[in-house]
Design a protein around this ligand. Structure first.
Ligand SMILES: [Zn+2]
Length: 474
């Protein structure tokens, strides 16, 4: 029986919740987190994989929307690319157990329905390929307009492509109809994850704080109300969690991967692969690099005018912060050398937000993927019979806490692979973690007196939360 509905609105900023009357009311009548954060890098598919596992991107090996794996460029939005990644990883897409598999072990079921990329929907429950629950994707454009796993669900839905309903974002209404007419009565999930991809596309095209974005927020809010009302008609006692995968910011300039590769001295430039990820850049070695070589690459990147806070492991390059600190001490064997955030404060104190592209792709007005607080901050709302009412908390929380909290809400054990905490301050039953205030921690890395990177963390209830990192180049 359905007990939890998790809704992820792609790219929704916490500051935009007041523009969504239904979501704002849901928050007012439930629990609202004022200090919730994305995982880092603040990108769609890393967040999806972390929501699916309760493990950090460093542990899932999904550090970006685009990756480099054993000589292959991987677009994690594409199921065919994820199938290749699965085969490269010994027939397992994510190296850590998923919530969907954990539920299956306990006779429960997770179903994910998404209108973002089909790869994103698959990452929410990769075990669906093996029959653990299901994933159903309705990406509004492209040849793969309809996607479902396992095969039995795909066959059942064959020909049932998103219908041409009127209005903005008809796919969301289609997804709601599919959920109430088919998913709930026939697949009988215990946990339902719904991913709405529409806002992200609008904001990439138009930026944030603009009429097109405000229209999209209103349209999505109306559809969110319809979804939750209709699901609650069939399952009145469910708990609802609404969040986003990352925040958003307007770009000040575009950076092409070829341009970003140029500061790396040959022949090393041929030995590393820079992978563009919007406001973030991932650096993968194409062969095993010696420490001195890796340091030379990192030094060239740190010296380049476009680089912001930079995270890597093992080296001692001035100004570089620890990747393990950021992502996870437990690391997937994904070969990642560095994550570079492409925002920094220039010598006038103005923020510069670069967005990486490739092959002269169209410059996007807005995006995410950096360590800025605009990209890292997300909304998080819990509403339902297990949750407190009218409670706003400033306790830190992030994506990793959501699967652990869902397990606790269902009375299931929390597997050790989930590194999040239970959001017990949100619960009616829980005693809360409230007595001890979060402890702030700052890590400073100086490249020179005029080039300083600072990362901000909070320690709370046995967890370390990454909040933001900024680089001042004066
Ligand atoms: Zn996203």
């Amino acid at each position: 029986m359905l007990s939890t509905l998790l809704v992820v609105i792609d790219g929704l900023r916490a500051t935009d919740v007041p523009k969504m009357p239904f979501l704002a009311e849901l928050a007012r009548c439930g629990v609202s987190y004022g200090q919730a954060r994305s995982v880092a890098p603040s990108l769609t598919r890393p967040a999806a994989a972390s929501l699916a596992t309760g493990a950090a991107p460093g542990a899932t090996g999904i550090a970006g929307n685009r990756l480099w794996a054993d000589g292959h460029p991987i677009d994690t939005g594409r199921p065919d690319h994820l199938e290749l990644l699965r085969s490269l990883r010994g027939n397992r897409l994510l190296p850590v157990p998923t919530l969907g598999e954990h539920l299956a072990d306990h006779g429960r079921k997770l179903v994910a329905v998404g209108t973002g990329s089909n790869g994103c929907t698959l990452l929410l429950n990769p075990g669906a390929v093996d029959g653990h629950g299901a994933v159903i994707g309705a990406h509004p454009s492209g040849h793969d307009a309809f996607y479902a796993r396992p095969e039995s669900v795909r066959r059942r839905l064959a020909g049932n492509t998103p219908r041409a309903a009127g209005g903005q974002f008809p796919e969301l209404d289609w997804a709601t109809d599919l959920i109430v007419d088919y998913v709930m009565p026939e697949l009988t999930p215990d946990v339902l994850v719904v991913w709405s991809g529409e806002l992200d596309e609008v904001q990439h095209g138009h930026g944030v704080d603009c009429p097109a974005g405000d229209d999209a927020l209103s349209a999505i809010d109306r559809r969110l109300r319809r979804l939750i009302d209709r699901v609650r008609e069939q399952a009145p006692h469910i708990d609802v969690i609404v969040t986003a995968d990352h925040g958003f910011s307007n770009a000040t300039h575009a950076l092409d991967v070829a341009e970003m590769t140029s500061p790396i001295p040959p022949p090393l430039s041929g030995d590393v692969q820079l992978v563009h990820n919007n406001g973030g850049l991932l650096v993968y070695p194409r062969r095993r690099l010696r420490t001195g070589e890796a340091n030379a690459v990192l030094d060239a990147i740190m010296s380049a005018g476009w680089s912001g806070p930079t995270f890597a492991d093992g080296g001692t390059v001035p100004g570089v912060l620890s990747l393990a600190d950021l992502c996870s001490a437990q690391r997937a064997d994904d070969g990642l050398l560095a994550y570079v955030s492409l925002t920094y404060y220039d010598r006038h104190g103005d923020i510069r937000v670069g967005h990486s592209t490739q092959n002269g792709d169209a410059h996007l007005a807005g995006g995410h993927g950096s360590t800025s607080s605009a990209d890292m901050r997300i909304p998080l709302v819990l509403n339902g019979p297990s949750c407190r009412t009218g409670h706003e908390t400033q306790h830190p929380a992030d994506h990793l806490d959501i699967p652990a909290t869902i397990c606790r809400l269902m009375g299931l054990p929390i597997p050790p692979s989930m590194s999040g905490r239970v959001l017990s301050e949100a619960s009616l039953r829980g005693a809360g973690n409230g007595s001890e205030p979060p402890k702030n921690r700052r890590v400073v890395a100086e490249r020179s007196a005029s080039d300083v990177t600072t990362a901000h963390f909070q320690e709370f209830s046995g967890r370390q939360y990454f909040l933001t990192a900024e680089r001042h180049r004066t």
